[in-house]
Design a protein around this ligand. Sequence first.
Ligand SMILES: [Zn+2]
Length: 279
Amino acid sequence: MPEGDTVWRAAGQLHRILAGQQLTGCDIRVPRFAATDFTGDRILEVVSRGKHLLIRGEPDAAISDRASSRGAEPWTIHSHLKMEGLWHVYGRGEPWRRPAFKARCVLETADRIAVGFELGFLQVLSATEEAAAVGHLGPDLLGPDWDAPEAVRRLASDPDRPIGLALLDQRNLAGLGNVYRCELCFLAGVHPLTPVAAVPNLPRMVELAHRLLQANKNRSTRSTTGRLRGDTLWVYGRDRRRCLRCSTAVAHDQVGDNELELRDVYYCPHCQPHRGHIA
Ligand SMILES: [Zn+2]
């Protein structure tokens, strides 16, 4: 499941092959932006912001005809992988490893093709619009401006909210998805429905989130147990199997701010007791 570490890695890979390159082809397969064509423009950089991926470019004034009509306005292709999305990079003529009908964005340079498949979300923005689109995000766990005290402050500002929901709220801190949410609650020894105010050491939990994402950002196997094969996670996806610490059967439930946003949670009933649980 794509979380902040996955998106960070995808942005790094795309940046290495696209940054500084001129686009020789551009196909955005989303109805609203189907007519948008950045062919001839130059990619400036590709960055992640939490779980959002931003491809920034600008018209090449010397080459692009559009530069005269649009000025030299920079643009951003803003995408979110959601549940199934991923980016692949191919050499020219190399067969795609996913069906073409699942491609949502195809960017070509002289020798490479970057394809975004099944992107849960994609839009084209101006620089100003980009600031508005991602400006609400909390401190980015993998960003150069990571700010742990600010993340703690934002989490603590809603003390009655279950910690399992607060961790997923990207306005508090950006980059955690469902896997890390479950694992962090296990490592902190708290049930996911524990109110934020009842979490024994919130700064330590935030610091752990940062350490886990940093440790996993450069590897394809996500591990919270320190193992890179076998039991790589403590509880996520382990319903009905034994807790790795105490052998109690791992429980599986669904929680969300409302019935439309229910997400799976996994926890050990013994290692993660309800603390100040609000029914
Ligand atoms: Zn346990």
